[in-house]
Design a protein around this ligand. Structure first.
Ligand code: ATP
Ligand code: ZN
Length: 299
């Protein structure tokens, strides 16, 4: 691999992962000059450039050293990792971070009237999928001998076309399954977008850039659902309020000028701050409740 002093990240050009990926990188402080061909974007704020590609190309670009990092679904990364190791190639990728978007599952589903009600009923059946290696790995682990029909798209209509008895495809809400009279039987893989990198460490300036990016991403990811909660309350209400703030960081308590019996509380809540929770805190004696979004955090 050649020595380079700029880092190159591949993301999906257009699709489910493109906007969240760009948004995440922007939150980590990365900005880019858009190029006319919309394939390569030069990094302005840091020496980190973007390559806009099809998601399926991302693992290969990393393995070939064309890109250093990539934002890709675990489903695509694992499938291609299995493909490479089956060809006798060494482990090429590492999943560096889970990114918290693009969540769905690779699941087996069958037509409602096909008599496939349990996974054992898949024996001897044909299952259509775009993820043959992940499916085969799962079937082998279950000791189920079934045929795999590889399709690159429109997997959900394969049973109706008589190409297969069941399917193994990505599912999030399940609406596509319902629309095609399919019933989910079993999840094979839980997936989400991940930041992928090569199995081998970078031996040059890219190592420092990748470490910087990971630190920033950790800051962004750790505050994604966090809220800053501020309130005032009688000191006697504190034990109950601290219980209600159970998932919060150690709170900062400040005395209030001229009101010795009261205290101001400030803390970062990691979980959802629901209306119910706020109402419970108010009932416990809290006043002036403020809930603010957290933009950045450097631990
Ligand atoms: P490309 O043109 O880049 O090849 P694509 O059609 O393969 O696009 P998308 O449909 O945008 O890709 O899906 C990209 C990724 O989004 C999937 O690999 C998966 O990780 C994730 N994803 C999340 N929810 C779903 C879903 N309901 N269906 C399909 N993919 C989903
Ligand atoms: Zn794709």
């Amino acid at each position: 691999m050649s020595t380079r002093d700029r880092l190159r990240i591949a993301i999906q050009k257009s699709g489910r992962l493109s906007d969240p990926a760009r948004d995440l990188l922007a939150r980590a402080g990365l900005s880019f000059r858009e190029s006319r061909d919309r394939l390569f974007c030069y990094g302005e704020s840091l020496p980190i450039d973007l390559l806009l590609v099809r998601d399926d190309d991302i693992p290969g670009l990393i393995a070939d050293g064309v890109c250093d990092l990539g934002v890709v679904g675990r489903n695509v990364l694992r499938e291609q990792a299995l493909e490479r190791t089956a060809d006798g190639k060494p482990e090429a990728f590492r999943e560096l971070r889970r990114l918290g978007f693009g969540g769905c599952r690779l699941a087996i589903a069958a037509p409602r009237d096909a008599g496939i009600d349990a996974i054992a009923d898949l024996r001897g059946k044909r299952i259509a999928t775009s993820y043959p290696r992940l499916l085969r790995e799962w079937l082998d682990a279950q000791g189920i001998d079934a045929g795999i029909v590889v399709l690159s798209g429109s997997v959900e209509i394969a049973p109706r076309l008589g190409q297969a008895d069941a399917i193994c495809d990505l599912v999030s809400s399940g609406a596509t399954l319902v629309a095609n009279q399919l019933r989910e039987l079993q999840a094979v893989l839980e997936t989400q977008a991940v930041l992928a990198g090569p199995a081998q460490a970078f031996g040059d300036e890219r190592a420092d850039l990748a470490a910087l990016l990971l630190r920033r991403l950790d800051g962004v990811l750790s505050v994604r659902n966090s809220k800053l909660v501020m309130l005032q309350a009688p000191r006697t209400a504190l034990p109950e309020l601290l219980r209600l703030l159970g998932d919060a960081d150690a709170p900062t308590l400040t005395s209030i000028e001229g009101r010795a019996a009261d205290v101001a509380v400030q803390t970062v809540c990691r979980g959802a701050v629901t209306w119910q929770r706020l109402e419970d805190m108010k009932k416990a004696g809290a006043r002036g409740l403020l809930v603010l979004p957290v933009e950045q955090m450097l631990a």
